[in-house]
Write a protein that binds this ligand. Structure first.
Ligand code: MN3
Length: 213
């Protein structure tokens, strides 16, 4: 399979003022495109070229040592950014609703409790990485963080349904060293409808496949 860079689904300036157009353009067209190109370079022409992205990064141990690192970093990068673009939208509208809102309340007390756990996880990730809201197949929610381009599916059965990129390339033009301000502003562009859909699929026991194509 040759992996391709997905469309953003909205314009580069759609998330302003929370995320600026220049950051979005470089992030999507350069950083994400780079992960896709390097992933293809690692996998093309090997016996692993017919695997899906999800199969590759959730079975890293099965890969030969000389391609494992490239698939981990660039396959993880491709998966992570594909989710990231999907869980954001301009004018994100209403917050979580229905059973999904109940599940958030059960796990974190309230939506604010989730935001606090998430912000702590994202702000304290040393160096580059991600913070995630993950669901197990019972719909149970947890907040975790991963370094670099690692993804929770690399070593757990939990599926990420929301994630924030806290690499400096995601915010430095606008926020410089103020990672907490970026994290606070980012909630304004979270697309809760899509996060809710991903949670429903995780809870239904479907493979964690939102970004595996
Ligand atoms: Mn990034």
């Amino acid at each position: 399979m040759t992996f391709t860079l997905p469309e953003l689904g909205y314009s580069f300036d759609a998330l302003e003022p929370h995320i600026d157009a220049r950051t979005m353009e470089i992030h999507h067209d350069k950083h994400h495109a780079g992960y896709v190109a390097k992933l293809n370079a690692a996998v093309d022409g090997t016996e692993y070229s017919d695997k899906t992205l999800g199969e590759l990064i959730s079975n890293l141990d099965a890969l030969p040592e000389d391609m494992r690192g490239a698939v981990r970093n660039n396959g993880g990068g491709h998966w992570n950014h594909t989710l990231f673009w999907k869980v954001m939208a301009p004018g994100s509208g209403d917050g979580p609703s229905g059973e999904f809102a109940d599940s958030i309340n059960n796990a974190f007390g309230s939506l604010d409790g989730l935001k606090e756990a998430f912000a702590n996880s994202a702000a304290t990730r040393f160096g580059s990485g991600w913070a995630w809201l993950v669901s197990d197949s019972n719909g149970c929610l947890t907040v975790v963080s991963t370094p670099n381009q690692d993804n929770p599916i690399m070593d757990s059965n939990c599926c990420p349904i929301l994630g924030i990129d806290v690499w400096e390339h995601a915010y430095y033009l606008n926020y410089q060293n103020r990672r907490p301000d970026y994290i606070t502003a980012w909630w304004n562009v979270v697309n809760w409808g899509v996060v809710h859909e991903f949670w429903e699929k995780a809870k239904a026991g479907e493979p964690c496949s939102c970004c595996s194509g």
